[in-house]
Design a protein around this ligand. Sequence first.
Ligand SMILES: [Zn+2]
Length: 288
Amino acid sequence: MSLKKDLLFADAHLHSNPINGLGSENIARRFKERGGWFIALVGLPPTSLGLRPDLEGFTKSIEMLLKECEKLRNLKIRYSCLGGFHPAMIDKMIDVYKMSPEKVFEISMKTIEYAVKLVREGLLNGLAEIGRPHYKTSPEHIVLADTIFDNVLEIAKENDLLLHLHLEEGGWATVYNVYLKIKRYSLNPWRVILHHNRIKNLKPAIYYNLISTVPAIPQIIENIKDLEKNYVFESDYLDDPSRPGRPMYPWEIIDNSLNALRNNILSYEDLYKIHVDNIIKIYNVEPP
Ligand SMILES: [Zn+2]
């Protein structure tokens, strides 16, 4: 009996680039062939798609995401389609495109308004990536990101928004701040997902009952093996031909999960919870 036949696999956060990359159809087809049943497809910022980071560029990039998601419908793979305003765009818009912080705020809010409208229409399933830059940058850019973040959280409840948060790796300080925000806006923690958590953020996230996506890299899987399985795996695949296979291909999640099972790092039950039960609960999808 092959282990692979019994298990199904999910990628809880990946990107597709229809201009230069493999595109959603190729990615999903290969992932499904290997045992994949679900992917959460997250939009790329306009600058990754040859567009300017103005309102038109953001709108077009979200429309491209919708088309990428549309292609998945015919492949009979379950999916979630997430778009919005990436906090790393703030630096680019101010430093490279010389926009004022007020202009960046205006564009970000209009982009989010558009994304929320698409969620209401059932075309998008949630917003990503929302939050703060993960790298060192000027304080005023971080406070602007945090203002946008708070505004999104404020409208999240009434629209039952699923959110993927992009955050700095500040461990307790980051996670406690997010925990307080989730409480302040009375949000369901199963709808506000901390994306790209490694052990430093994951430990406090589990302590505060927050849900995470975790890069399914062997070293990380090993490091977190004793923690409660309040997370799902992601590749965060960028589909950028200048960085092929970075950070990892979605199907490497499958290889790494099966290796963890063979080496008794994760049990069958652990994998079922990570790849199926938690996915159903977060993304509100029908079971496989
Ligand atoms: Zn991402």
